[in-house]
Design a protein around this ligand. Structure first.
Ligand code: MV4
Length: 447
């Protein structure tokens, strides 16, 4: 096992990794920008180095500075967290050439899965259902029209270098498709330096369900069941839960097994997520792979009892997974609410500033993952998430009741947060019935 690792991230995930390392007896080296100087969680690391000014591009994303901190800090491995450099195959490769383990997949697996069209082909070859659409990249508008007529409108044009909803366009007829196709290519080239686009049938009112997997370097791949992330707005997830409500057991099983097949054939190692969309008839289709630990990983930790951060570190160090698929049970129901410094009454406008009072909820089955504390100043420079409230209960109604109680207990003054909005969602009939699709929040509150 490692003796010392660097955490190339900030905020709650940096704190989460430091905690896992402490329990594993691994020393930690933290990095911070000038905007995070003096953040309380940095005191929990064994060492901390400043890597630059507030702007991410000049600090957390600056590969040479992160690598310098790793060299000076004399670490054996780097944990990238999520965001920043977590899915940067170039950074991953530089770690390898510097003989520092990257706690994640190989650069090759990361590169391949980062190409959404290549991932789609690999899924198809592994017998994983993909959305009906193009076989590969679309060369010209004639080909786009031909495929659209075969599969039927509406269709979705997706950038192969996109993902997470970036670079998507819907087209409902020939005329729109012709212009949207050229626009999509131009935009993809400008945004990602890659003009490649492909076509899929547009699935209306989908649910977003993702399968958590763990893969070691000895060929073992297991899934840790699924999370439903349909409660989102503009591709920003708000609430995640496991298991996915009203997902038939046979669908659940075949989706999880499909995810394992894809991960196996991609030669993917470490923790990862296979994203699917579900149509209104519960047909599932592969969308993309997230080659990193995700924000919502605690939901899976609560229902399986498996520590995903410790698992990631162990797998990166070359240890075999200590469990088999049949040992991984999903118990009860876990729900997570993301607590963001945003004003839900002003279209989730970011609301940075100083936290005056902070009371953290507790009691049975309540977990709060956060680096915030009274007096903490939420910087305007980064993502506005300041914490995640997670509950675990035997049943879904009990989990909802527990979350409402915990949200009422959570007191944050000085800034606006999304906590009040979560209370509205959790009391909404459609959420209670477990019938939320990805358009629910927008239709219900922002139409
Ligand atoms: C889709 C889709 C409908 N049909 N693909 C958006 C994020 C990216 N991971 C894929 N996304 C979608 N792909 C087809 N063929 C609808 C979405 C989508 C979505 C997916 C997951 C979570 C939230 C979403 C919100 C809007 C649209």
């Amino acid at each position: 096992m490692y003796k010392r690792i660097l955490i190339a991230n900030r905020g709650e995930i940096a704190l989460r990794v430091i905690r896992a390392c402490r329990e594993l007896g691994i020393e930690t080296v933290a990095i911070y920008s000038e905007a995070d100087r003096g953040s309380a969680y940095l005191d929990l690391a064994d060492e901390a180095y400043c890597v630059g000014p507030a702007k991410s591009a000049l600090s957390y994303l600056k590969i040479d500075r992160v690598i310098s901190a790793a060299e000076v800090g004399n670490v054996e491995a780097i944990h990238p967290g999520y965001g920043f450099l977590a899915e940067n195959a170039h950074f991953n490769e530089i770690c390898r050439s510097c003989k520092i383990d990257f706690i994640g997949p190989t650069p090759e697996a990361m590169q391949m899965l980062g190409d959404k069209n290549a991932a789609r082909s690999m899924a198809r070859d592994a017998g994983v259902p993909v959305v009906p659409g193009s076989e590969g990249l679309i060369e010209d508008e004639h080909q786009a029209l031909k495929i659209a007529h075969e599969i039927g409108f509406p269709v979705l044009i997706k950038a192969t270098a996109g993902g997470g909803g970036k670079g998507m366009r819907v087209a409902g007829n020939d005329l729109v498709l012709k212009t949207a196709f050229v626009q999509a290519q131009t935009e993809a080239k400008a945004a990602f330096g890659n003009a490649g686009v492909y076509l899929e049938k547009f699935i209306e009112r989908p649910r977003h369900i993702e399968v958590q997997i763990l893969a070691d370097t000895h060929g073992n791949v297991v899934h840790l069941w699924e999370r439903d992330c349909s409660t989102q707005r503009r591709h920003q997830k708000l609430i995640e839960e496991s298991p996915a409500p009203s997902l038939p057991a046979d669908r659940r099983k075949s989706m999880c097994e499909a995810a394992v097949r894809l991960i196996q054939s991609a030669g993917y190692t470490n923790a990862g997520t296979v994203e699917f969309i579900l149509d209104q008839n519960n047909n599932f289709y592969f969308i993309e792979v997230n080659a990193r630990i995700q924000v919502e990983h605690p939901v899976t930790e609560m229902v399986t009892g498996i520590d995903l951060i410790k698992s990631q570190i162990a797998v990166a160090a070359g240890e075999p997974l200590p469990f088999r698929q049949e040992d991984i049970c999903s118990r009860g129901v876990a729900i997570e609410c993301r607590i963001n410094a945003e004003n839900p009454d002003r279209r989730f406008q970011p609301c940075p500033g100083r936290i005056d009072k902070l009371f953290v909820p507790g009691g049975p089955g309540v977990r709060f993952d956060s680096h915030a504390h009274p007096g903490y100043v939420v910087p305007a420079t980064y993502d506005s998430m300041i914490g995640k409230l997670i509950v675990h209960q035997p049943t879904r109604p009990a989990a909802i009741a527990c979350m409402i109680r915990a949200l009422d207990e959570l007191r944050i003054t000085g800034i606006e947060t999304t906590a009040s909005f979560h209370r509205r969602v959790l009391s909404h009939n459609e959420f209670v019935k477990g019938q939320v699709d990805t358009g629910f929040v927008e239709r219900t509150w922002f139409a």
